[in-house]
Design a protein around this ligand. Structure first.
Ligand code: SAM
Length: 205
């Protein structure tokens, strides 16, 4: 029992140590909510740029980014030519929301859960692409399922979902909503290397 208490105390000290030396917000959030972060560090600029390149060049509608974090992908989306008023960023963590609003005052950053996406944006919004870095494989399956249902509702009209994973195989979650895989692109320059996958959806039944 005593040993257990000592071990717990040591674990907390180690955690506090990492919090104190954390170079940034990302590590702090990772320590607080590992399952909802699902990555050991922010995405690289290469990965972010490649994510932005997957957005279809033509077509109207807005771009929705899910899980903005510290804003690496938001930056790449704006740099790729997407107008700030055509971009909405959804983020669950308050510290990240604060940081995103400071960094991108012209972009609408919505503090909310991607599982409620359809309620967070005006009804009948046309969506060209959803760019997601949500950790869909580590979130509880009912949450992942709700998130994907939102994608299916918003994207059945020709939009695409762009998601990266650290897995070489196609993600299993795609079967939950019959997502059609349209392309994959592997990016080595990321820690760890990542696979960008894009999906389209048919009309919800
Ligand atoms: C892997 S991090 C990606 C952060 C950043 N986009 C990047 O690429 O470095 C996942 C992000 O998704 C956010 N997130 C997790 N679950 C969420 C949810 N249900 N709704 C909105 N954001 C969520 C986390 O807070 C975190 O910012």
């Amino acid at each position: 029992m005593m040993l257990r208490v000592l071990q717990l105390g040591r674990a907390q000290r180690v955690l506090q140590y990492f919090k104190n030396i954390a170079p940034g917000l990302f590590l702090q959030e990772l320590l607080n909510r590992p399952g909802a972060i699902g990555a050991i560090c922010p995405s690289s600029r290469y990965l972010a740029r490649q994510m932005a390149r997957q957005i279809p060049g033509s077509g109207d509608g807005i771009i929705i980014e899910l899980g903005g974090g510290t804003g690496v992908i938001t930056r790449a989306l704006l740099d790729s030519g997407i107008a700030p008023e055509k971009l909405k960023v959804i983020e669950f963590s308050s510290p990240f929301v604060q940081r995103l609003r400071q960094r991108f005052p012209d972009v609408e950053v919505i503090h909310g859960n991607a599982a409620d996406l359809c309620d967070l944006i005006p009804q009948d919004t046309k969506v060209r692409a959803i760019v997601s870095s949500l950790p869909l494989c580590s979130l509880p399956e009912p949450i992942t399922h709700s998130i994907l249902e939102q994608w299916r509702t918003l994207l059945h009209d020709g939009g695409v979902a762009i998601q990266f994973t650290y897995n070489l195989r196609l993600p299993k979650w795609r079967r939950l909503v019959n997502a059609r895989h349209t392309s994959s692109q592997f990016v080595w320059a990321n820690l760890p290397p990542a696979n960008i996958t894009t999906f389209s959806f048919s009309q919800p039944s």
